[in-house]
Design a protein around this ligand. Structure first.
Ligand SMILES: [Zn+2]
Length: 445
């Protein structure tokens, strides 16, 4: 969500609306210090600054290699779509995901985010943009048949593990992608999309985004969308939505839900994170919260002032970009991202990230937490957790905190697999076919 974030802050500044402590990044960093370019760090196994316990590290690696590891949110799909980047070689700056790093990180299943900018709501083309992004995932899988395989089920993820390949899954980020049409939702399911984040940061015609209360949660049509997703077996993703939308989705959904990339609000007070009462309800629903690694969501107290300072420092440059690329939202986002990446925030220790896992385990239980880092959707991440290759560090840190091997398996991917399988089961019970009794309702024009 990076570029988007920076853009948002610019707009915010332009509109001179005061900063809401939520998801608006902004940014900050030492003014003239360009020399630390943000080329994503390559080193796979830097854990923390303190000396590593080698025996524990070897144990972590062994557990990690054997486990099924699922990342439910990666935004590398944007350069795949815009630049035809196919995941081999070095990713275009400032992106950080490629096949080598995924392999080093032991990733079994990756949900490619189909993030649809709100620009497409105003200007048209949200569904087509989604189709273009889907195509980019197919293309990558077709180009690298020995490393990647397209996947649409929990069983596919297990098959990928058995074949030593990476399962490529897809999740829509922003319910506006379906252009208010249940038939379009079904088409996306047919093409392989297996989750949809009900909103991005923008409220759509049927669901409120975080911090907003236009509809008081989900509208009747929004509830119908959730029911249809249940019937299809598409996971309902409650990241980015308002607390009321979350609560409504939990009321309506017959299947366990996911938060594909959200952390704990009690630890870091941003609206994008999930408060304790809703963590408990997600546990009751059988769902899972996949922890977001983005520094602002990990440690708002430390990062928000730094991020605001950076935003102010870069404001003039940002405004110039906004004017230059007013009609090219993709290019604008990419250039804003580069600017932000060239001005990184001071690193956070990885322990701050692990604190979120601990907290969710404490409040919701060990069966309800997983990983949704948001790589390539943001620029600033904790040290040792900056790209896919570093995921073994998470396993190491969990061992250090005394998690059992069985618990670590759940966090790395077991919980997500369980939820995915249950959502598939609910769908089978509700309907035998994709069309089934599904409504053909559309709202608006
Ligand atoms: Zn997001």
């Amino acid at each position: 969500m990076k570029r988007r974030r920076l853009l948002f802050s610019i707009l915010t500044v332009l509109l001179s609306i005061s900063f809401i402590a939520s998801a608006i990044p902004a940014g900050a960093q030492r003014t003239n210090q360009r020399q630390r370019t943000t080329q994503p760090t390559q080193r796979p196994s830097t854990s923390t600054r303190s000396a590593r316990d080698e025996a524990l590290w070897q144990r972590a690696l062994a557990i990690h290699r054997r486990a099924i590891v699922v990342d439910t949110h990666n935004d590398v799909t944007t350069p795949m779509t815009n630049d035809d980047y196919d995941l081999s070689g070095n990713p275009p700056y400032p992106y950080r995901t490629n096949i080598d790093r995924l392999k080093k990180g032991g990733v079994t299943g990756l949900f490619f985010s189909l993030y649809i900018k709100p620009w497409y709501v105003k200007n048209g083309g949200a569904a087509r943009r989604t189709l273009d992004m889907i195509d980019s995932v197919y293309r990558a899988a077709e180009r690298h048949p020995n490393d990647l395989m397209l996947a649409t089920s929990a069983a596919d993820i297990r098959h990928a593990k058995a074949q030593n390949k990476i399962a490529c899954l897809m999740g829509i980020e922003g319910g506006h992608a379906i252009e208010n049409s249940l038939p379009t939702l079904r088409e996306f399911y047919r093409l392989g999309v297996r989750y949809m984040t009900l909103t991005w940061n923008n409220t759509n015609d049927w669901a409120d985004a975080r911090g907003d209360n236009t509809h008081n949660g989900l509208t009747d049509f929004g509830k119908e969308v959730v029911r249809e997703m249940n019937r299809l077996g598409m996971l309902v993703d409650i990241s980015h939505v308002s607390d009321k939308t979350m609560s409504d989705a939990l009321d309506v959904s017959k299947a366990p839900v996911i938060a594909s990339h959200s952390s704990a609000r009690a630890i870091s007070n941003v609206a994008r994170n999930i408060p304790d009462d809703l963590l408990k309800r997600i546990a009751k629903n059988g769902g899972v919260v996949q922890v977001n690694f983005y520094s602002l969501f990990v440690d708002q107290k430390t990062v928000a002032p730094q991020s605001d300072e950076r935003g102010k420092r870069l404001q003039a440059q940002q405004e110039a970009l906004s004017v230059k690329y007013a009609n090219d939202p993709e290019r604008l986002a990419e250039e804003s991202d580069k600017l932000e990446a060239q001005n990184p925030l001071p690193p956070l220790p990885i322990s701050k990230l692990i604190d979120h896992i601990d907290h969710i385990v404490k409040i919701a239980g060990i069966d309800h937490v997983g990983l949704g880092p948001d790589f390539d959707g943001a620029n600033d991440f904790p040290e040792g957790a900056r790209d896919e290759s570093m995921l073994p560090n998470i396993t190491y840190e969990l061992l250090k905190r005394g998690y059992s091997e069985q618990d670590i398996d759940k966090i790395l991917g077991g919980n997500l697999l369980r939820v995915f399988g249950q959502a598939e089961m609910v769908a089978r019970k509700m309907s035998r076919t994709i069309s089934g009794g599904g409504s053909t309702r559309r709202i608006g024009k």
